[in-house]
Design a protein around this ligand. Sequence first.
Ligand code: AMP
Length: 130
Amino acid sequence: MSVFTKIISGEIPSYKVAENDDFIAFLDINPNAEGHTLVVPKKEVDKLFDLSKEEYNALMSFSYKVAKAIEKAVPCLRVGMSVIGLEVPHVHVHLIPLNEMADIQFSKKVKLSKDEFQSLAASISENLEI
Ligand code: AMP
């Protein structure tokens, strides 16, 4: 069982941003930048391109809505998107507020307090138009 399945089942906590029947979005716990969010299908599948076309399109559609909310809530030049999955073998889309190239490079990390995580998750969530 992946760490993200444990988040989905509520076994471990997360800073949740959005959820529907098929997907959940929560803040990355080791963010590249403030507002770095992961969008995850509730069905545990390892690799992005193992999803069906329908599941893939639905994931992108949900990610679009979350990205729009991040753009409104977090000051940035734009929201970048990346799919890696080398650490957690459960499909997830990284949505990352970008101000410089380093923000997408997974080497620059920011430390946030619990209050900062909570307030970021709340303000992204408030800007959702789902
Ligand atoms: P990757 O699989 O390489 O795309 O990276 C997995 C991402 O998941 C990393 O950015 C981690 O910081 C993030 N991550 C791992 N565990 C958690 C967790 N419990 N809550 C939120 N994010 C996590």
